[in-house]
Design a protein around this ligand. Structure first.
Ligand SMILES: Nc1ncnc2c1ncn2[C@@H]1O[C@H](COP(=O)(O)OP(=O)(O)OP(=O)(O)O)[C@@H](O)[C@H]1O
Length: 686
């Protein structure tokens, strides 16, 4: 008996079509959902998964891949809520979705489960970008490339080149020619470096981010393994498909070669990750990868924004060189046009936003419903100062990651070393924390233990290095963490903290604030079933906000959201402010090399604008102070409004100047005073 699907009544016909596609039929052909901004993609995907479960699909055999762990958790919650509403307790008995996560997270899990079959040691640890760059540097140094006469590319550039080759599936020479022409002369050395880097990773039993996809894609080329892994899932659903790369597409096709049970959702107008080799071709090529081609359902009704905001966002994206999806429409009331706000400089920008935010709060929009978005994390610095000065709590996303803080990395390095003593980058970091141990003795120690069959046993047997008073403590801590005497997971994080804190106190002047992060780390740790899962998940998708910023407010406290546009993906707020809508910031100076980069910058502005429901402010500072001058300096450069809002789009905005200076005879508003004596006085001494 099929259940009356009243829970689908709130969906529009296209959403419903996407939700019901193939459900209850003997086979479920591939489906591509092209979902414009705010068109209910998340809602639709959650309903589709719930609808599958309600109609008998086994939740343990559904694979759901999203862009972030946060998105996966949110989707899982929604699916469970819908299923519970329809099935009551029956939904709980069926079990939760057990395979929801990011591509990298799911990859790590599958690789660990199949490790022995593909010649991997299942105890592998995962290097984040910084660890990977450190290892690249080590190899670069060993090969003598850091001593070349003309400057060899930096470790970060080397890693980016390597990563692009791997993710885009392109040869080194193609990548150098297209993306790093200034490094083309180093092709032979880079090849040698990358070969050395791969060997080092294998010796140390570590995988980097890219390996998780690469190894997974390689595994899927072995027919028996591909059939086995693909056979574990009846349905595979992928969100944000526009931001996946060639390797991810390869994995997907390996899982479901005929497309049976495959659903992908995406929006080419929101593709903003091509710098990580994501390609919009994945969406475009998806339908014809199958025979018959995948079904395409387009969601173009926007539920989020007022007509006026949507009109302006459509105007911006209409000027894109290449478009595949059509404009969005809404039947929401028109609302007031988005504001294009001219301010004198960044300080005024900060004041303008602070005043508006407080005004909105007065009139009933809580802070959490307001967000300030920016292209680059550093753009928000003056605003952060102003908010702090005025005591307005905020949380920043996409800035310095919690895990990038040195003390958090130290703790994680210890745990990683215990998990995988062959992980040289982790081992090196931990050993250097101790007094009396420098790079040379750390290298010697690591050489001695990694050669042994049981490295930690070898560590315990080593004589203490001279002048290293904490050596015994270290060996004891590692031993206890390794053999369970520290109380197992997550209790052992306390043991790790106990060992680390004296070092923290010695190394950092601000140890007290840093300790708060360690407490937070322990709290996060308690949410994971094992040390291995904790290290894996945290490395792959670190928490976004840091206590370095204004203190993490309590959950029930109200706070303003500050976020990079990249981190704002998939979110929405009542009011949105976009900082620095000027050439140089948007498009960013860094992203204006090629026309493809410019187009991606345009899409970024589009993503930012489409986050707003009722109220949107694009702020345009007229001038920026240049760096590297003294406090009294007044050297500045003038900025032009972003080229993405040319004159012909101005009618879509309300233009405002701030502060509004009362017009007085003889003084046009918003002009500098006719004479700036202060500047002249300062100029006398230059
Ligand atoms: N059928 C519907 N009826 C009413 N509101 C809807 C419907 N579908 C979605 N919405 C609302 O539209 C808004 C946008 O939905 P959602 O966040 O799922 O969009 P999205 O497609 O993921 O957006 P984006 O890609 O821009 O992040 C939400 O507030 C959601 O509640």
């Amino acid at each position: 008996m099929s259940l009356p699907a009243t829970y689908l009544d709130g969906l529009n016909p296209e959403q419903r079509c996407a939700v019901e596609h193939g459900v209850g039929q003997s086979s479920c052909p591939p489906l591509l959902v092209i979902a414009g901004a705010g068109s209910g993609k998340t809602n639709t995907l959650a309903h589709r998964v719930a609808h599958l479960v309600v109609n008998g699909a086994d939740p343990h055999r559904i694979l759901l891949m999203t862009f972030s762990r946060r998105a996966a958790a949110e989707m899982t919650r929604r699916v469970e809520r819908i299923a519970r509403r329809v099935m009551g307790d029956g939904a709980a008995r069926g079990g939760a979705l057990s395979w929801a996560g990011t591509f990298h997270g799911i990859g790590a899990r599958l690789l660990r489960e199949h490790a022995e079959r593909i010649g991997l040691d299942p105890a592998f640890t995962i290097h984040d970008r910084e660890d990977s760059a450190d290892l690249m540097n080590l190899v670069r140094h060993d090969l003598g490339f850091s001593r070349t006469e003309s400057r060899f590319p930096t470790k970060a550039t080397c890693l980016s080149i390597y990563s692009r080759c791997v993710n885009a599936g392109q040869s080194l020479d193609v990548v150098l020619g297209a993306n790093y022409p200034w490094c083309a002369g180093w092709s032979a050395e880079l090849k040698q470096l990358f070969a050395g880097y791969v060997e080092a990773k294998q010796r140390h039993n570590v995988l980097d981010y890219d390996d998780l996809l690469l190894y997974w894609a390689q595994t899927m080329t072995e027919p028996s393994l591909a059939a086995e892994i693909g056979g574990r899932f009846d349905h595979v659903l992928v969100d944000e498909y526009q931001d996946t790369n060639a390797l991810q597409a390869q994995v997907l096709l390996g899982l479901k070669p005929d497309g049976g049970g495959l659903t992908v959702v995406g929006d080419d107008a929101q593709s903003i990750y091509s710098f990580r080799a994501a390609t919009v071709r994945n969406i475009l090529d998806f339908p014809k990868a199958f025979s018959p081609p995948a079904r395409i359902v387009t969601l173009d009704r926007n539920y989020r924004s007022t007509q006026a905001i949507l009109g302006a966002a459509n105007g911006v994206i209409d000027l894109a060189a290449e478009r595949f999806t059509k404009n969005l429409w809404t039947d929401r009331a028109s609302g007031s046009p988005p504001q294009l706000v001219a301010v004198r400089d960044e300080a005024d920008q900060a004041r303008y936003i602070t005043e508006r935010v407080l005004e909105h709060r007065e009139s009933g929009t809580i802070l959490k419903q307001q967000a300030v978005l920016f292209r680059t994390s550093s753009h928000s610095a003056p605003l952060e100062l102003e908010l702090t000065r005025r005591n307005i709590p905020f949380v920043k996303f996409g800035g310095l990651k919690f895990l990038d803080a040195a003390h958090v990395k130290d703790m994680l390095a210890l745990l990683r070393f215990v998990q995988n003593p062959r992980d040289r980058v982790a081992g090196f970091r931990v050993l250097l924390l101790m007094q009396g141990i420098g790079p040379a003795s750390a290298q010697k120690t690591l050489d001695a233990i990694t050669a042994a069959a049981d490295p930690l046993k070898a560590l315990a047997a080593l004589p203490a290095p001279p002048r290293a008073p904490d050596w015994r403590d270290f060996v004891d801590a590692v031993g206890e963490l390794r053999d369970g005497r520290a109380g197992g997971w997550p209790a052992e994080i306390e043991r790790a903290r106990l060992w680390y804190e004296p070092h923290l106190d010695r190394i950092h002047d601000d140890a007290a604030t840093r300790r708060a992060d360690l407490v937070q780390l322990a709290q996060i740790a308690s949410g994971y079933p094992s040390r291995e899962r904790f290290l894996t998940e945290l490395t792959l998708d670190p928490p976004d906000a840091t206590s370095d910023q204004a203190g993490v407010p309590m959950r029930d406290e109200d706070y303003l959201i500050l976020s990079t546009i990249h981190s704002a993906k998939g979110q929405e707020w009542k009011s949105v402010f976009v900082l620095n809508v000027v050439d140089g910031c948007m498009p960013s100076d860094l992203g204006t090399g090629t026309s493809a980069e410019i187009e991606e910058e345009r899409r970024l502005l589009y993503v930012a604008m489409t986050r707003a429901k009722d109220d949107l402010h694009l702020v345009v500072p007229q001038r920026f102070f240049t760096h590297g001058q003294n406090v009294m300096g007044d050297r500045h450069v003038y900025a032009a409004r972003s080229r993405f809002i040319p004159d012909r789009l101005l009618n879509l905005f309300e233009r405002v100047s701030w502060p509004r200076v009362a017009a007085s005879p003889g003084y046009p508003t918003r002009q500098a005073p006719p004479i700036d004596i202060g500047a002249r006085m300062r100029g006398m001494w230059r």
